[in-house]
Design a protein around this ligand. Sequence first.
Ligand SMILES: Cc1ncc(COP(=O)(O)O)c(C=O)c1O
Length: 492
Amino acid sequence: MCIIIMKMKNYTNKNLISFKQVDEYDSSSVYAPLVNAMRSYKENPCTGFHIPGHNRGQGVLKSFSSLIGMDALSLDTTDEFDNLGTLFPSTGAIDEAQKLASDAFGSKRTFFLTGGSTIANLALAFALTRPNDKIAIGRNCHRSVLSGMIISGANPQWIMPKKLDDWAIYGALSPVELREKLENDSNISLVWVTNPTYEGVVSDIEAISRVCHEFDVPLIVDEAHGCLWNFSDVLPKPALKCGADAVVHSLHKTGGSMTQSSMLHISQNSRFDVHKVEHALKLLHTTSPSLLLLTSLDAARAYLSSRVGRSAIENAIDNALYFRERASKISGVKVLNALSNVAFDVTKIFLKVDGLSGKRLESILELDFSIEIESASDEGILILSNIGNTQDEFDVLLNALEKIASSNYPDLAYLEGIKFMPLTAPRVVMTPREAYFSKKERVKKEDSIGRICAEVIALCPPGISVLLPGELITKEHLPYLSDFCEIDVLVK
Ligand SMILES: Cc1ncc(COP(=O)(O)O)c(C=O)c1O
């Protein structure tokens, strides 16, 4: 406790300096306390005898330090030193940065995380669900939600989102079906939905939230792919403004922070106990959070809130519209554009080329055109129009697509009979936790049909499950199991 007080005291002194530095260091005059504190840390090095042992880059392989740069290594520290604050409990510059993020997103409390949105989902499940609690969950949820169910022992009650069959992806979740579910089972104590889908399909979260409020059931929205929405009126309305109780944001996915950094928000009128969530995070989160990652969250929040950042989002939207219009005119290319009753985040562009599977198209783009896209599925590919992309880059992609669509690229024979996007409805025999901790054996996948699965099978991306512990394995699953020779099943 003593140490914490001292740290806070020291921090306060330095904080005065960092306030003065705002204009000097941040051209858009947006205050980023953690960025400032890290600058101060870098410019005032101490003689260090502590973790991390490389001591500001002195103890690492030369080719590694020249690769990533001594600047990055000298900033590789955790939350124990030098007036940077601590994450749990939240103090100093870290605390201030979290509060600014909370203001920017309009939450009651925002937690910075260095274990991705995975740790947010695990902590929410751990904090808010108990063994056998019935939780209504969209089946297109990320595997981290399922891992959470294994940890807590809760009993998922699946809601199947609509399917966009021509595109082999999930569509939106129906508020009407959710209402039926809640009407039919008064024991459902929580609703957990993913929005948008990985491919950018948007559910009506306002309507879903209204249903949840009507039945007084709290709502978690895994908005991992929607963190930009808060900063643009053109993009869909963020769940924090639609009545959700907790919202998960992978800032590192599209918000410009560094890989693995995420935020978990508890909304202003949340029915959840913030302290419960914080306790769960304390139990699950690393005790050595990377200050580089935390600082990148502060920087991302400041950037997205700034005039420059907002215009970067506008550019991303304009580029997406520019690309969508031109790509739709290329013969043989089909872009998933507005369909009746289907809303989209325009910055996520799903398209296909006649005669090619998504996986084949992805490999042609990569091997023949040096273009990396976000992901590929059975039917198409996912392209993200990001805050870091330029229109010129979209022209490069348009040229490549024109060439591919007018050539005779054959599809790959080995991909026949293989599927990637699991759209199968589960046949649940027992809860994920019950099956996970039951006696298991490993069998050849061909011999697993008719057996009960004992492991999570959900390949990333998008991390949507093919099979979960406790679900019956059927012939329908085989095309999705090409990466597996053997599977864990329950002993008969
Ligand atoms: C919807 C969704 N939620 C959560 C996660 C986990 O996020 P992270 O990779 O930041 O741990 C992902 C990852 O792809 C995701 O797509």
